[in-house]
Design a protein around this ligand. Structure first.
Ligand code: DX5
Ligand code: ZN
Length: 218
C-alpha cells in the first residue's frame, strides 16, 4: 500500500517545506496541468526539475496535458520515477509508455471517469501502473466518485490475469472515509491532496490513510 500525497493542495510558495512535511509518504504526486486538457494551470517541467533536487521521496508526475507523446518522456528524463499520461490525450499510448520506460521511469496510464478500461486492457504489458480517476481531473477537493469502483475491480482482474508488478492508483476525493473501498476494490497506490494537506498534521494523515488501506489489502 503506497500513499502519494498530491502537492496540488500544498502551499505553492513553500513547496520544499511542504515536501518535508510528508517525509513518511512513499511518493509525492505532482499534478501537471496545461489549461488545455483540463481547465486549470499548475506547473511544468522547470518547477518539477527544481522539486526533484529537494524532494526526500520519488516523484510521481501526473500529466493532465495535451500532447503527452511529446512531453511525458521529458519528465522521465528529468528524474521522475513514475510518469502518468492520460490515454484520452495520447496519439500513441504504446510508444509513450515505451519512451517513459526507456528513460528509466515507471510508465503509467490514466483514464478519466467517462473512459472505459476494456479497450486499453491490451496495453498492460507496456504499463507499470494504471490510474483510475475518481474525480474529473482538474481540481483538488472534489467529491469522490464511488461509481468508479467497478472499474478499479476490472483493472485488478486484468492485472491478476496478466501477472507482474503493475500498480493500480486512485486519484480524487481519496480520504479516510473513502480509501477503504478503494483498497477493497483492488487499488494499492493512493493519491490524496486535501485529505493530507488539509489535515492538522500532514504526516499523521499519511499514516492514517496507510493503516486504513492496509486493512483491506488484496
Ligand atoms: C485532480 C488531481 C488530483 C488532486 C486530488 O485533477 O489529479 O491529484 O490533487 O486532490 P484531492 O485529493 O483533494 O481530491
Ligand atoms: Zn493527480
Amino acid at each position: 500500500m503506497r500513499i502519494a500525497p498530491s502537492i496540488l493542495s500544498a502551499d505553492f510558495a513553500n513547496l520544499q517545506r511542504e515536501l518535508d512535511a510528508i517525509k513518511n509518504a512513499d511518493w509525492a504526486h505532482v499534478d501537471v496541468m496545461d489549461n488545455h486538457f483540463v481547465p486549470n494551470l499548475t506547473l511544468g517541467l522547470p518547477v518539477v526539475e527544481s522539486l526533484l533536487k529537494v524532494a526526500p521521496m520519488p516523484l510521481d508526475a501526473h500529466l493532465m496535458i495535451d500532447d503527452p507523446d511529446r512531453w511525458a518522456p521529458q519528465y522521465a528524463e528529468a528524474g521522475c520515477k513514475s510518469v502518468t499520461f492520460h490515454v484520452e490525450a495520447a496519439a500513441d499510448p504504446k510508444k509513450i509508455a515505451r519512451d517513459i520506460r526507456a528513460a528509466g521511469a515507471r510508465a503509467s496510464m490514466a483514464i478519466k471517469p467517462g473512459t472505459p478500461w476494456e479497450p486499453y486492457e491490451e496495453l498492460l504489458p507496456e504499463l507499470d501502473m494504471v490510474l483510475v480517476m475518481t474525480v474529473e481531473p482538474g481540481f483538488g477537493g472534489q467529491s469522490f466518485m464511488a461509481e468508479q469502483m467497478p472499474k478499479v475491480r476490472a483493472v485488478r482482474e486484468s492485472v491478476k490475469k496478466h501477472g507482474g508488478d503493475i500498480w493500480i492508483q486512485v486519484d480524487g476525493g481519496v480520504s479516510a472515509k473513502t480509501i477503504e473501498q478503494c483498497a477493497e476494490a483492488g487499488a494499492d497506490t493512493f493519491v490524496a491532496g486535501s485529505a493530507v494537506y488539509g489535515a492538522a498534521s500532514a504526516a499523521d494523515a499519511v499514516e492514517d490513510l496507510r493503516r486504513l488501506a492496509a486493512g483491506h489489502a488484496h
